[in-house]
Design a protein around this ligand. Structure first.
Ligand code: HEM
Length: 135
């Protein structure tokens, strides 16, 4: 008995690209219309400059890649794409609330939610670049 029992990747446990794309579709709709995030002029400008479809494509590709799927992420780094947006702690918290609402809507199991949230959280240092007193 030397067969290794390997745990399925997070990508597989989430249901692969069709499930991940559906979750990202819902999350990005929330984020792009979130008044807390769009109160930041740089975020509002970028949210209206890029197409929702393209934005969803990149985020889906990134989540698939980061969860162990066969896709490659072809977008810019998190530092590069967010460096001019001056995102604050409280804006990041508003994003996390949207994330929680999407997880609840799709009934993503607790363990998978936590693993996915750990990926989101690992990007925070590159995304939150503004120290603000509004927190
Ligand atoms: C407060 C939180 C966040 C806000 C307001 C935000 C906003 C934005 C905006 C406005 C863009 C378009 C930038 C441009 O093209 O000029 C962008 C790009 C992107 N964001 Fe975020 N973001 C946030 C957090 C995150 C997180 C947590 C992730 C992933 C875990 C993420 C993934 C991406 C990806 C993959 C792109 C596309 C990169 C590219 O254009 O090549 N973002 N974000």
């Amino acid at each position: 008995m030397n067969e290794k029992i390997t745990k399925p990747t997070l990508y597989d446990r989430l249901g692969g690209v069709y499930s991940i794309a559906a979750v990202v579709d819902d999350l990005i709709d929330r984020v792009m219309h979130n008044p807390v995030l769009n109160a930041n002029p740089a975020v509002d400008e970028a949210h209206h400059r890029v197409s929702a479809a393209g934005f969803k494509y990149y985020v889906t590709e990134m989540v698939c890649w980061a969860t162990g799927g066969p896709q490659n992420y072809t977008g810019r780094t998190m530092r590069e794409s967010h460096k001019d947006l001056k995102i604050t702690e409280s804006e990041f918290a508003a994003f996390c609330k949207d994330f929680d609402d999407t997880m609840a809507k799709f009934n993503v199991p607790e363990a998978e939610q936590m693993e996915l949230f750990a990926i989101v959280q690992s990007t925070k240092g590159d995304i939150v670049t503004s120290v603000s007193t509004d927190a």
